[in-house]
Design a protein around this ligand. Structure first.
Ligand SMILES: Nc1ncnc2c1ncn2[C@@H]1O[C@H](COP(=O)(O)OP(=O)(O)OP(=O)(O)O)[C@@H](O)[C@H]1O
Length: 292
């Protein structure tokens, strides 16, 4: 029996559990793949957006997030930055349904339930050491007791550049390869909503750059919330960028949009507009830290 960490992306928990106040449900989740659809291509086309109303959130008796309303645009990527401890992972967990709702409202713009339509990728790859790459990529289906789709799994492994490593165990892979395997496992789930918590922070800069390029292509069309400490990563990958700032006139932190360079992601890191935006974003983050 495989044992999973509580926040494992494939753990059979109430991912995106729908809190009270969510609109009526009943529509069929749009992540269902039509019979015969090919493996790694055009996943989650037409992903809906996500709406989050947070009335404020305290943890351990301390306010963490203030009251805010957040919209994740359908099929687009939103990056979230902020000082350490400002609540980025907490906000991500709120969207994932991993925190008690406490008056929070989370809804998909298509009216269908959010639950079961979220994929998660974290900083640690959480690969199971006793399973090879193929086994790890197919872990979600295996835990749910669903039949494996080896062709789709292999196609996703190839899409992340790991063809030929299907039967290699994680301890024989480099950090970058492990993150690629984790990305394949995240994307093979074919969920319209993808939550990423510093997914590439554990690898060196060139590997991170390559992984970002890979992720940009494979995440296209999904609705993504990406937590990162890296301003350039945010500006490269995201349509929209938020910085957590101390809430005006109240406790906790709230996400505040910052300008992004023109053009759709992935943006070119040498683009002068991207570099200028990186400087402004760093200043904004420094100001947030000082204001805390
Ligand atoms: N389960 C918990 N119980 C009590 N306090 C918590 C809990 N989880 C997080 N916190 C606190 O909430 C605050 C926000 O934590 P969170 O991990 O969301 O910050 P973060 O912005 O993601 O930080 P980092 O950039 O360092 O990862 C921190 O002060 C943290 O100590």
């Amino acid at each position: 029996m495989d044992r999973l960490p509580a926040q494992h992306p494939t753990a059979p928990r109430a991912a995106g559990a729908t809190p009270p106040g969510t609109p009526p449900i009943g529509a069929r989740p749009n992540s269902a793949r039509p019979a015969g659809a090919s493996a790694a291509d055009a996943p989650a086309a037409g992903a809906p957006g996500l709406l989050l109303d947070c009335p404020g959130l305290a943890l351990g008796g301390r306010p963490v997030l203030g009251a805010f309303r957040l919209t994740l645009a359908a099929g687009e990527t939103m990056a979230l930055l902020g000082p350490s401890g400002s609540g980025k992972s907490t906000l991500l967990r709120l969207v994932a349904g991993l925190l008690p709702p406490a008056g929070t409202r989370l809804a998909a713009t298509d009216g269908a339930p959010v639950a079961g339509r979220i994929a998660w990728m974290g900083q640690q790859d959480l690969l199971l050491p006793w399973r090879d790459v193929l086994g790890n990529v197919g872990l979600g289906a295996s835990l749910r007791g669903e039949p494996a789709d080896p062709a789709r799994m292999r196609a996703m492994i190839a899409a992340v550049g790991l063809a030929g490593h299907e039967h290699v165990r994680p301890d024989r892979l480099s950090g970058g390869m492990r993150q690629r395997a984790a990305l394949a496992r995240t994307l093979v789930e074919d969920r319209p909503f993808v939550l990423m918590d510093e997914p590439f922070s554990a690898v060196d800069a060139p590997t991170r750059h390559r992984l970002q390029g890979l992720a940009a292509g494979l995440l296209a069309g999904r609705t993504v919330l990406l937590v990162t400490h890296d301003p350039l990563e945010a500006l490269r990958l995201a349509h929209h960028v938020l910085v957590l700032q101390p809430a005006a006139g109240g406790p906790g932190w709230v996400p505040v949009p910052v300008p992004v360079p023109p053009g759709a992601p992935p943006r070119e890191v040498r683009d002068p507009a991207v570099l200028a935006a990186q400087g402004r974003l760093l200043e904004s983050l420094a100001a947030a830290s000082e204001a805390a």
